[in-house]
Design a protein around this ligand. Structure first.
Ligand code: AMP
Ligand code: MN
Ligand code: MN
Ligand code: MN
Length: 259
């Protein structure tokens, strides 16, 4: 069986490796099929494709879309997309467009808590002009000595009720699924175990996702234990470290292998 890893981030969002370095690392670690799924952007895919060709591995074009559902932020993974599709590209641009203003509001919350110049601080960790995320604030706050590691920063500063958390409205669930389908891709609920949603809420969410045409659920995710892959040294698992799928599950790749 080929080794799949269908969720990863590069410097085009909040990962630490360039798409090229990410693909090379995946290949060295025995991954046969890698998806690059940067947050709200597909800018890294052409570089990743070129590197995949050189490394002899298969690159599945993807993205991870930020969605607001009820009071929650969810992530929907897009896989096997045509990244040139105009509907998806416009959708992703609309999600990204709110991020800078949100970052300034995060910084202002942190300033109220006595941490000055967090916007400028986070910017120093930004690796793509198109995207600033809480991860960049986390790296800044660790560097500035406000926490030991990124997961402590989230707990202390960047999650609901904490000074660097601001409400933000992302894409709707049905828009995200529609954009992904417009681009010929499949839509997968990312790391459902990470959401603070009750069992009843989860049934409602998955029902709505199914009714919206959603295709799959991420089963194996390091964030069902530690955080997902953003680069060496952050999180516990490396590329290709995921265990086999449990028996009885239809793998998502059967969807594009059939066609
Ligand atoms: P954003 O899209 O700007 O809200 O940033 C979300 C990103 O923050 C996620 O993709 C993770 O990389 C990171 N993140 C969220 N929660 C945590 C956490 N508890 N520990 C470490 N990283 C986290
Ligand atoms: Mn991330
Ligand atoms: Mn995610
Ligand atoms: Mn992710």
């Amino acid at each position: 069986m080929p080794r799949y890893d269908l969720h990863s981030h590069s410097t085009y969002s909040d990962g630490l490796l360039t798409p090229e370095a990410l693909v090379r690392r995946a290949a060295l670690r025995g991954v046969d099929v890698l998806a690059l799924t940067d947050h709200d952007d597909t800018g890294g895919l052409s570089e990743a494709h070129a590197a995949a060709e050189e490394s002899g591995i298969t690159l599945i074009p993807g993205a991870e879309l930020s969605v607001s559902w009820e009071s929650h932020t969810l992530h929907i993974i897009a896989l096997h997309i045509d990244a040139d599709n105009a509907t998806l590209a416009a959708g992703l641009a609309s999600i990204r467009s709110g991020r800078d203003d949100r970052a300034r509001r995060i910084a202002s919350g942190l300033a109220d808590a006595g941490i000055a110049n967090a916007y400028e601080g986070a910017r120093k960790f930004v690796t793509s002009d198109r995207l600033i995320s809480r991860t960049h604030f986390a790296r800044f706050l660790v560097e500035a000595g406000h926490a030991k590691e990124t997961k402590d920063v989230f707990r202390k500063f960047l999650t609901p009720g904490k000074p660097g958390y601001v409400k933000h409205v992302w894409a709707t669930l049905s828009d995200a699924v529609d954009w992904i389908h417009a681009a010929g891709g499949v839509a997968v609920v990312a790391h459902p175990g990470r959401y603070k949603i009750s069992p009843t809420g989860m049934r409602r969410l998955l029902g709505e996702f199914r009714d919206a045409g959603g295709d799959g659920i991420e089963v194996l995710s390091p964030s069902h234990t530690p955080a997902d892959y953003h680069g060496p040294g952050e999180g516990w698992l490396d590329l290709g470290d995921l265990p086999d799928l449990p028996a009885g599950i239809t793998p998502i790749w059967s969807r594009w292998q059939e066609s």
